[in-house]
Design a protein around this ligand. Structure first.
Ligand code: GDP
Ligand code: GDP
Length: 437
């Protein structure tokens, strides 16, 4: 059961991001001073009195008449947010009066048949917080409630009421949503791929400096399954204002991987797998994240030689993880992009595998029969039994007489046998050799 969703809408600069930052557990929205900088939508986790919910912070609904070039997009984003939401928080600026833009937002909000909370923000002084509050009744969305997002007063009451208005029995953890990170070096086509996968106009790619948001996730659905594309908009070109683009994208990628089940490692097929990609793959594996290698810009690789070069760069740099599935795509033309999420889901399923103890022990018996083992100074490694002791990714504990005899080679040998026996495509596995007491 997905978490209930609370959308925070309102024209730019009324304090939506400030409010979301105050409420959210994960503080990821950035507050900008200049008008309209907070665009698009970001998802945040929040909980109040033990109730979990997701907050959508929208880019602000602007008047259609506005000269802002983004206005129609932003309006569209906010509309989608309202449609997705279970509860709407409509924020207005209590330090000014009602504006035409507020009226515009009110029209969108009134069309939704959902609980709406009208927040009159920037009422920093509790002694005058109700002054002129009645004007806001004219918006026709219910009782205006004074609040100060910066100081915090009024937010507790608001949260109590939001939580009370959330749909019943939707409070289980959001664990069937698959989190997928799209990572890779700058310019390999991450945003283009994200937009392909999202299919909707979820992220607005723009060249306006400073519009970088710290983190924006897109929620999409694939064959009925909810998928969260982690931090996709954060990978926009604006990150290039940073001095060290490579380093910055590496850090971003790792942060995204930390929040994800599967990592789509996007590589420019005309360049091949680089040292940085190798590093990222290694870190994803260390963190227990499944990996799918996406060779993008395949449309540019026309010659057999070019193809051979890519393949050999994979063999060379990712030899330690030959279980990573690869897909050749073009985010530009759309070639094979529909396969990407299928591979991600398969990898996630492998990562969640529950391997039967009896089957694991059959495998151990086979290995014993093959006679291959380790020995040193008259001691001989004997594996007695195995069982799965952890999940996501699978952790297999193998009880044996002498774990100290197990070296990397032997561990790889066992892992390969395991992969030969079970379908573990795309997921790392962890082996623990323990001494049988
Ligand atoms: P958004 O565009 O609606 O997301 O608005 P922001 O959250 O970016 O806030 C716009 C400006 O209003 C920022 O300069 C905030 O510091 C300021 N602001 C937000 N909430 C309050 C408040 O409760 N009181 C005051 N005085 N300023 C606020
Ligand atoms: P990001 O920095 O990784 O997010 O990369 P972008 O998605 O911004 O893409 C970088 C550049 O590569 C843009 O000019 C894209 O149009 C281009 N691009 C992305 N995917 C493809 C592709 O599959 N084929 C070709 N020929 N160009 C692509």
């Amino acid at each position: 059961m997905p978490k209930p969703v609370v959308a925070v809408v309102g024209r730019p600069n009324v304090g939506k991001s400030t409010l979301v930052n105050r409420i959210a557990v994960t503080r990821e929205a950035i507050v900008h001073e200049s008008r309209g900088v907070t665009r698009d939508r970001s998802y945040h986790d929040a909980d109040w009195n033990g109730r979990d919910f997701a907050l959508i912070d929208t880019g602000g609904i602007e008047s259609v008449k506005s000269t802002d070039i983004f206005a129609p997009h932003i309006r569209e984003q906010a509309l989608i947010a309202c449609e997705e939401a279970d509860v709407i928080v409509f924020v207005v600026d209590g330090s000014t009066g009602v504006t035409d833009e507020d009226e515009e937002v009110a029209r969108i909000v009134r069309r939704q048949d959902k609980p709406v909370f009208l927040v009159v923000n920037k009422r920093d002084d509790p002694s005058t917080e109700t002054d002129g509050l009645w004007d806001f009744y004219a918006l026709g969305v219910g009782e205006p409630r004074p609040l100060s997002a910066t100081h915090g007063h009024g937010t507790g009451d608001l949260l109590d009421e939001i939580v009370a208005a959330l749909p019943e029995s939707a409070d289980e953890p959001d664990d069937d949503t698959l989190s997928v990170a799209i990572v890779g070096r700058p310019n390999v086509g991450k945003s283009s791929l994200a937009n392909r996968l999202a299919n909707k106009k979820r992220s607005i790619v723009s060249d306006v400096a400073g519009t970088t948001r710290d983190s924006i996730d897109s929620l999409i659905e694939w064959k009925g399954r909810p998928i969260r594309l982690v931090d996709t908009a954060g990978m926009r070109k604006k990150s290039q204002v940073h001095e060290d683009v490579e380093y910055y994208s590496l850090v971003r990628g790792l942060q995204a991987i930390d929040r994800s089940d599967v990592c789509l490692l996007v590589v420019d097929a005309t360049v091949g797998v680089t040292e940085q990609d190798q590093k990222v793959a290694g870190m994803a594996i260390d963190r227990g994240c499944a990996v799918v290698l996406v060779l993008n810009k395949w449309d540019l690789v026309e010659t057999d030689q070019g193809r051979d070069e890519v393949v050999s760069s994979i063999a060379q740099r990712l030899s330690f993880a030959s279980w990573i599935p690869t897909v050749n795509v073009s985010a530009l033309t759309g070639r094979a992009t529909d396969k990407v999420l299928g591979l991600a889901v398969t990898a996630a399923e492998a990562r969640a595998s529950q391997l039967k103890t009896s089957q694991l022990n059959d495998l151990l018996a086979q290995i014993r029969e093959s006679g291959y083992t380790k020995s040193e100074k008259g001691r001989r490694l004997k594996m007695m039994y195995a069982t799965q002791t952890g999940s996501k990714p699978p952790q297999i504990s193998v009880w044996c007489n002498a774990p100290d005899l197990v070296d990397d080679n032997f561990e790889r040998f066992v892992e390969n046998r395991l992969r030969g026996r079970f379908d573990l495509t795309g997921t790392p596995v962890r082996l623990r050799f323990r001494k049988k007491a």
